[in-house]
Every structure is written in C-alpha cells, then in structure tokens.
Ligand binder design. Structure first.
Ligand SMILES: *Cc1c(COP(=O)(O)O)cnc(C)c1O
Length: 348
C-alpha cells in the first residue's frame, strides 16, 4: 500500500482544511431552528445573494434539498421530466416516489443533457389517462453525464417552456459552482429561470456537511415547514455553516484547478493501451473512461489500483474519476503512473 491515498472516487471525499476547521471552531452560533444562529443566517443570506433568490435555507444534504423541493412542487401521481441519469431518479433511494408519490420520466440525451424539443414532447397532454406533468428538473453539472455543463441558452429555453406550460422548474445544483467557474456565467444568471435551486457544500467546495436551497420567500417558508417535519431543523448548526461561509469565500475560484487536473488526467489516460476516453467531453471535474479494451473488469481494475494507493469507482467497464481540492497535479501524475503499472501487470 502507498502511504497517501489518492482519492479520485468523488469530490465528496474532501477533508476539511485546517483553515476551514479554524473558521468552524470560532463560529458564532445560536438556535438555528428559531432563526437565531448568526452563522447559519449569514450562510443563507450569502447563498440567496449568490443565486439571486429572495431566501435560502440550510439543509443537511443535497438529497434533502431535492426531496423537499420535489415535495413542494409535486402532488402524488404527478410527473417530473428529468434526464434518465438524474440523481433524483437513480441515487436517492426512490425518495421521489416514497415521499412525494411522484414519478420521473427519464429522457435520453448525450452527457446527461436533454433537448428543449425532447422536454416539450415529453409534456403529457391533459387527459384522465396521463400522469400530469408538474416539474422539469435539470442537474448543473450533470453528474453521471460526466460533469457536463448545461449551456445558459438551454437553461433559459427550458425555463421559458416551463413557464409557458405552467410547470415548476428545479435545478439540482450540486456542482453549479463548477459550471459557473468553467463557463464564466454567473450563478445568478444560471439560476434566474428556476423556482428552486440549491448548491452542495460537501462536494467540490470541501465542507464536511451541508447544502443550501434557495427560492422565493414563500417557497422557503414551505421548505422550513418540511425541514421541521422531517427532523432537519437544527440547533447550533453555525458550527457547520461556518465551513460553508469559509468555502464560499475561499474555495470557489480554485475549482478551476480541479478542472485543469481533470483535463490533464483525461489527456494522460488517452495514451494508455486499452483505455478509451473522450477528452473533449471533460468540461469540469469529472472524467468517465472506458476500460473494455484492457480486458479487466471495473472491480479488478479498481481493486488493483487501490493496492497502489489510488481510489476510483466504476461499474462494468466504465470508471469515474473526480478531481477536487485534495488532489494536486502531482497526484494526477501519480495516479496515471499507477494505472500504467496496473495495465502492464495485467498484461504480464
Ligand atoms: C451528490 C449529489 C446529490 C446529493 O447530494 P448529497 O449532499 O450527497 O445528498 C444530488 N445531486 C447530484 C447531481 C449529486 O452529485
């Protein structure tokens, strides 16, 4: 085993830095559920401002942001239009069905994006036979699509469609700030057409826990009721909100380094035998690559790499690597060396 694990499994693997821990230790705190925690209040104000919304609320996770927003937008038997690879459809324990009784119509499209035409065609005609379409949901960036950025023009066109059809419009912005930094579009502009939008603090921003959901004051009032109902209302939560404040102040611009490292990783992979990667598809901090040509399964490949101190996730022949603030350029180079060794060991 190597001494330092190079953890490319996910950007959820980040460790809070010394400076972040210090900010947490020194946080002013109060009773969050009574609105008396100054650090939580500050984080919510900062996020509402960043996203150009009236109000925001601090929640324990991104999953909870999605599920509470869906619960407010949708009644049982109604339908959500989303990409078939969407987190709400594949990775939230069936929460959409379990908590809201809503179903998801998963659309196809390259890179986790779907076209405005596909969304228009997916809207159900009003009929007693059809589930009624209620919500359009997009992921910025599209996680299982490979960290792909929704162009602002598509975001706006889908928003116009939602408005015209009387549908709610939700952004899963787990990695919105990656899109902001990579595309050079403001978070406000990306968020403007949406009724609800959230950012995750525990992905590339490097916090141990937390997400912030934003929308109109009326919407956030509803979220607060559900937060209370589901046990998400907290007490001296400023101790974790302080990490979020620190991250918004220090860890946003630096996401560009993660994108450069992801690009470097993909470009270096391209030269390895049996590996296929679409370098141009790498727009942010996520790299998907295919190892079918190596003859190794994802399980064997990942286990061999773990022995060499590199953690990656994958299924079938598809492997995912995610760069983040604990991954340096040297780590990327070391990971490539380890992969090269695994491939030559397998050949021997
Ligand atoms: C990680 C993630 C979530 C869930 O966020 P948690 O904070 O882990 O609950 C939702 N959507 C996308 C696209 C994600 O990548």
């Amino acid at each position: 085993m190597a001494e330092k694990l190079i953890n490319l499994y996910s950007d959820t693997q980040t460790q809070p830095s010394k400076a972040m821990r210090l900010a947490m230790a020194e946080a002013e705190v109060g009773d969050e559920q009574r609105g008396e925690d100054p650090s939580v209040n500050r984080l919510c104000e900062m996020t509402a401002e960043l996203l150009g919304k009236e109000a925001a609320v601090f929640l324990p996770s991104g999953t909870m942001c999605n599920q509470l927003a869906i619960h407010i937008h949708c009644r049982p038997g109604e339908e959500i239009i989303a990409h078939r690879s969407a987190h709400i459809l594949n990775a939230e324990g069936g929460g959409t069905a379990a908590f809201s009784g809503a179903q998801v119509q998963g659309l196809d499209g390259p890179g986790g994006l779907f076209s405005v035409e596909a969304a228009r065609a997916a809207i159900r005609p009003k009929s007693r036979y059809n589930p009624q379409t209620r919500l359009i949901a997009v992921e910025q960036t599209a996680n299982f699509g490979g960290g792909t950025i929704w162009p602002l023009s598509d975001i706006e066109a889908l928003g116009a469609l939602a408005q015209q059809q009387g549908l709610a419009y939700h952004m899963d912005g787990a990695r919105l700030l990656n899109a902001v930094v990579a595309a050079g579009v403001s978070a406000k502009d990306f968020s403007a057409p949406f009724d609800s939008v959230w950012i995750d603090l525990s992905k590339g921003l490097g916090c141990p826990v937390g997400a912030v959901l934003a929308g109109s004051s009326e919407f956030i009032e509803e979220v607060w009721r559900l937060k209370q109902r589901t046990g998400g209302a907290m007490r001296q939560a400023g101790i974790i909100a302080a990490a979020g404040i620190y991250a918004l102040e220090h860890n946003v611009e630096r996401l560009a380094e993660d994108h450069d490292n992801a690009k470097l990783f993909a470009e270096s992979l391209r030269n390895l035998p049996g590996i296929w990667v679409d370098v141009d598809a790498v727009e942010t901090n996520i790299v998907f690559f295919d190892i079918a040509g190596t003859g190794l399964s994802a399980e064997t490949f990942c286990a061999a790499l773990k022995e060499k101190g590199v953690d990656l996730g994958g299924a079938g022949a598809r492997i995912r690597a995610v760069t983040h603030l604990d991954i340096s350029r040297a780590d990327v180079e070391a990971a490539i060396t380890a992969i090269r060794e695994v491939l030559s060991d397998a050949k021997a």
